[in-house]
Design a protein. Structure first.
Length: 285
């Protein structure tokens, strides 16, 4: 099995605590590596795991796990875990995983998950909606759609995301979050294959010729996926279509790297906004 057989690959690094007295990774940790990759796979599917299982009325339980050891990993090795859903049964999901160091195959894993009632007492048919999303992803198809529109159309979904991220998580006062600009600017909302809203942002005119991106928010389980980047890319395309020559934004310091990767550069000194350190960033169109 080759790395190219996998659309999804999760990077990992071996920690000192995972190495045994022989100086190699203790064999049970490879199952943890696969489990970590499985969490990343759900992000790649754009399916927040807990919310998705609650929506489907069930949960996935490991029915079978088998590892085939080829070569050991050692402390500080950089590993890649490839993972894909091989096939579905009536109530099962069969998963192949492989752990690589560079192009060297270290471990193969054969996993079977069973969809069952939340207490695990009774197997249930794998929901068709879940099958469709997984099969679309494995076929190389997109699993996220970004809609653009007015607040009247997207405000309910965008507002729910912003409330969860800014007001509840970051504890920004509600009176600072909502403003009159929402009614007049362009909004973007990313949804997964189940129609669940995952991320949002908005675009408005700053001064003639310059647009401003703001209120960028991604739900916690989806951070580290490409969902936020897709919203930003969509807003940038809209700014270009509307004839702007430059886009600016106020980036939280923790998100500066995200915007740098999207081509934005800092301008000026850091400043406080709603009790959080920000920096202005700009990108020419």
């Amino acid at each position: 099995m080759k790395r190219s057989d996998f659309r999804f690959v999760e990077p990992l690094r071996v920690r000192w605590a995972e190495v045994d007295a022989q100086g190699i990774v203790f064999n049970a940790h490879y199952l943890s590596y696969v489990d970590t990759a499985m969490s990343g796979y759900w992000r790649a599917l754009a399916l927040p795991y807990a919310q998705t299982m609650q929506l489907l009325g069930g949960d996935l339980f490991v029915r079978h796990a088998a590892l085939d050891y080829r070569a050991p990993a050692r402390n500080d090795d950089r590993l890649d875990v490839g993972l894909k859903v091989r096939e579905f049964g009536r109530s099962s999901m069969k998963v192949d995983a492989a752990i690589y160091r560079g192009d060297e195959l270290l471990v193969l894993a054969d996993m079977v998950y069973v969809f069952a009632t939340p207490d695990g007492a009774e197997a249930q048919p794998v929901p068709d909606a879940l099958r469709r999303v997984v099969q679309a992803y494995e076929a190389g198809q997109p699993v996220v759609e970004v809609a653009v529109g007015a607040w009247a159309e997207l405000g309910e979904a965008a507002g729910a995301i912003r409330r969860e991220v800014f007001i509840e998580e970051q504890r920004i006062p509600a009176e600072l979050e909502w403003d009159e600009a929402d009614a007049h600017c362009l909004h973007a909302v990313a949804r997964n294959g189940f129609g669940m809203p995952l991320a949002t942002g908005r675009l408005l005119e700053h001064v003639p010729g310059v647009a401003k991106v703001g209120r960028m928010a991604v739900l916690r389980p989806m951070r580290g996926s490409r969902v936020g980047a897709m919203v930003l890319e969509t807003l940038m395309l809209e700014a270009r279509r509307l004839g702007y020559r430059e886009v600016l934004l106020h980036a939280q310091i923790s998100a500066e790297g995200f915007y740098r990767r999207a081509g934005f550069v800092p301008r000026g000194e850091r400043f406080d906004e709603a009790g959080i350190q920000h920096v202005e960033m700009v990108r020419a169109l």
